[in-house]
Design a protein. Sequence first.
Length: 606
Amino acid sequence: MCGIVGILGTEPVAGRLVEALKRLEYRGYDSAGVATVENGSLDRRRAEGKLHNLEERLASEPLTGRLGIGHTRWATHGAPTETNAHPHMTDRVSVVHNGIIENFKELRAELLAQGVTLSTDTDTELIVHLVTRELEQGHDPAVAVQHTLRRLEGAFAVAFIFRNYDDLMIAAREGSPLAIGFGDGEMYLGSDAIALAPFTDTICYLEDGDWAVLTRNGLAIRDRNGQPVERPVQKSVASALLVDKGNHRHFMAKEIHEQPEVVAHTLANYIDFAESRVLLPDMPIDLASVDRISISACGTAYYAGLVAKYWFERLARVPVEIDVASEFRYREIPLQPGSLALFISQSGETADTLAAMRYCQSQDQRIASIVNVRESSIARESDAVLPTLAGPEIGVASTKAFTCQLAVLACLAVAMARARGKIDGQKEAELVSALTEVPRHMSAILRDEAIYDSLSHTLSKAKDVLYLGRGINYPVALEGALKLKEISYIHAEGYAAGELKHGPIALIDETVPVVVVAPQDEMFEKVVSNVQEVAARGGQVVFISDGSQSAAGCDVMTAIQLPQTHPFTTPLIYALPMQLIAYHTAVFMGTDVDQPRNLAKSVTVE
Ligand code: AGP
């Protein structure tokens, strides 16, 4: 996750760009840079490492342009060097970019075949050459950018400035946030409102697919089809310290919508996109020697571990013992010394999980943890830490932390399978490619929430809701039930769909909504049979699938169609409808979405 800023100023902007970048350092800081336009000429300064290195560079080689863009980088493609630092530029255009361009290999080959000389390993440099090529064909900057955006696949945000245009900045958003700020004769853009807080509190947020043309006199936004659109202008409450809700009503909504970006950022920490392989940084445990795994966690984190059980057993052929930490800590499970014990926790402070970990320490286990708070107790006491890079999660109901946990666990399972020789490089590349597509699929799901809003009216009347799933999506059903019950207070229960006939089917009648997680994977036909058993007894089915409603083979109350994805990544994709169903139902019911009754964000007591 990188940070981007831009200022169309009435006075030199380099210093203010750096000030804004300092507010984005939480997004990454392995290198930084700024570029400006002055008297029509483009110029830039970049530096490796922290922002003060860039400040020193600017002090010795100042830039005085009144229009500029800036970037603080967290490397995804290409090492964190000055050469790879943004802004990237040709003599005609400069760009800063946050996100991942999935089809960069194809674009790179195309540009090289056209004789373009590339000087970096980054996907971003390709963008600046694509725009330059359009400009050289005589297109104006807006058309050049619009044509280029149509070539890019992935989740990203970009901002451009152009030679000979002293009053023009163009920005676009596809999956990574971008805020536009309004000043007095000035305009601003940034990855979030916090970056713009020193300049303005009057902002609007671009939506996915939007691209914006900024001049000092104002803003023209167009959607992905090139149609003019308006986005609401609001007062931001961002400040240096407060985590801002952005343009969302609740932190939970903001965090649901941050998932494309933070999952991409987390994946980038564990995947070498150029080589299509998993690269675990700082992993002192020899994965090839792992022959047993025990996993323990609580709540949503436990469900992430349950998904991982399927992945470790199916891919790495390693048996997994898993239990909720409040049980695990007292079971005195006999453990083979030297085996791997894995602990998953957003806060890294959950008392039961910490206690389970300490039991494993006493049994001479090798301890690895997946946490969202790097300096937490669980992290500090682990032999290996695999951080989720979800950023602060404020909503009590865990959302982005869950999908980031799944992203890390998926990478760990692939790495372990490879280390144990259970998959080859081709299979690894296939699975990595599937993971790389997840942010884009998430963005597509988040573009249309209307169906969840209307479904919430029905669910709000229910006294009991069942969630069904099979295989790696059985834990997703459990997570969906937890999400609904913890923020709407409606009783909900997740079940393995195959268990229906062993009891729960007795609950089914026309008052019971049944949410079915039904990706078209190897279990699909069996899940469809369960759907038909429910429908035959009057159950109100919510059919969530990449297949159409007709694939259910019966009438369903609601069908939610998702993008078709690799079976390996369905838990990350199907987690989103679970979150959105719960969120919209709770909002409709008027409960306290971000701080539900009786709950705490981190359960640090037994
Ligand atoms: C999930 O939405 C709940 N907030 C809760 O189940 C949570 O996942 C559980 O308390 C574990 O918290 P942790 O990830 O911080 O350890």
